[in-house]
Design a protein around this ligand. Structure first.
Ligand code: ATP
Ligand code: MG
Length: 370
């Protein structure tokens, strides 16, 4: 049995609704497998700004620092009327967490549920067997190349020699590549033992270095096969033959684009979980932040209509990557699949012959399965 401390930051919009289902799933795992999870809840985003004056208070931040993992809902956008140039903004919470905890690997599993093949943009025969994990580098690359560039703020456009120009720098150090590639090989070792490293080595120097590091790390993992693939070829193959991928590792911008593309295989943005792994080690893996891929979805907030699957599957990733509880993670994933197979759907995926239920009820069905 394990003991773990988890900070829950439900946030704005549908964040609290979907986070509540993820918490229910964690409590069910705790009970069934005899673990002890201590859960702390904190304010983040709009509520934190209203109550505490910033998107995440020092106290909440400190609670996170004392935890094994963070379960995050979503943060919304400030209403235009409340915008002040130097005022706090909800998204600053994520920037601060990312920066201080050094999240460098963003994991996004994409496994279209068989029951949802019809909802996907692809033909069912293409999707059969599709089950991949993206490992996107999150701390460097084009988004950070310039020291003076603040994350989330576009780099400056400037005047030089009578012309208007803008420059972004794609910078990677060997260490930045190596640590994320190691995460990818470790994950592959526990799956189908296949790594696809995606780059643009026919054009970019950073990709040439990337390939060298991947080949070197691969030598430490004789049980894992690996290949290099150009990003344009990868974009095509994700649509044509998605089942051929196991673990895909790539730099920041390529990962940003490819994960959005691959997300369309699953039918709805509400289905997708994510993990951001940091530098600190925990007893069961790495400290991490776990959140559904979707945002605060203000258009459907408060209607019990949000799909909680992305949030619940994020809790499964938390069990796997921060607490080292693989069996429990797999049980949560299986419970979600079972509920879908039984014909239950949240409104975003309603289908003929299916039973449409609300967020709460869908969460209860998952717990019941667990
Ligand atoms: P934010 O500013 O927080 O990113 P957004 O509206 O830009 O919000 P999302 O929150 O990701 O982006 O929403 C995009 C669309 O997807 C919206 O129409 C929303 O209703 C829908 N959506 C997002 N999450 C879910 C969910 N969990 N279940 C169902 N629909 C969702
Ligand atoms: Mg958005």
């Amino acid at each position: 049995m394990s003991e773990a401390t988890i900070t829950v930051l439900p946030g704005d919009g549908v964040g609290p609704e979907v986070s509540a289902q993820a918490v229910k799933a964690l409590r069910a795992v705790e009970k069934r497998y005899g673990h002890t999870f201590t859960l702390h809840e904190g304010l983040v985003g709009l509520d934190a700004i209203a109550a505490e004056g910033s998107a995440i208070s020092d106290a909440t931040f400190e609670t996170c620092a004392q935890s094994d993992a963070i379960l995050f809902g979503a943060v919304g956008a400030l209403p235009a009327a409340e915008h002040r140039a130097d005022g706090p903004r909800p998204e600053q919470a994520l920037f601060r967490l990312r920066k201080e905890f050094g999240f460098f690997a963003n994991l996004r599993p994409v496994r279209p549920a068989e029951a949802l093949y019809e909802a996907s943009s692809l033909k069912p025969e293409c999707l059969k067997g599709a089950d991949m994990v993206f490992v996107r580098e999150l701390s460097a690359g084009l988004y950070y190349g310039h020291m003076e560039t603040v994350p989330g703020k576009p780099s400056e456009i400037r005047q030089r020699g009578g012309r208007t120009e803008a420059v972004d720098t794609l910078l990677y150090t060997e260490e930045e590549i190596e640590r994320v590639v190691r995460v990818a090989f470790d994950i592959a070792a526990g799956r189908r033992a296949r790594v696809t490293s995606v780059d643009k080595a026919n054009v970019l120097s950073s990709s040439v270095l990337w390939r060298q590091v991947v080949d070197r790390v691969a030598a430490d993992h004789p049980g894992v096969t690996h290949e290099h693939m150009l990003v344009d070829a990868c974009a095509m193959r994700l649509i044509r033959t998605p089942a051929e991928f196991d673990v895909i590792v790539t730099e920041n911008l390529f990962g940003d684009i490819l994960t959005d593309e691959a997300s369309m295989l699953t039918g709805s943005i509400g289905m997708l979980p994510s993990a951001s792994l940091g530098v600190r080690r925990t007893a069961g893996g790495r400290f991490g932040l776990y959140e559904p891929v979707h945002g605060s979805a203000p258009d459907i907030a408060g209607q019990d209509a949000a799909n909680p699957v992305g949030a619940v599957l994020s809790a499964a990733l938390l069990l796997r990557h921060s607490l080292g509880l693989e069996r429990e993670a797999a049980a949560v994933e299986e419970a979600v699949e079972d509920v879908m197979r039984d014909g239950y759907r949240v409104p975003d995926l309603h289908d003929e012959g299916c039973t449409v239920v609300g967020t709460e009820e869908f969460g209860r069905l998952i717990v019941h399965r667990l």
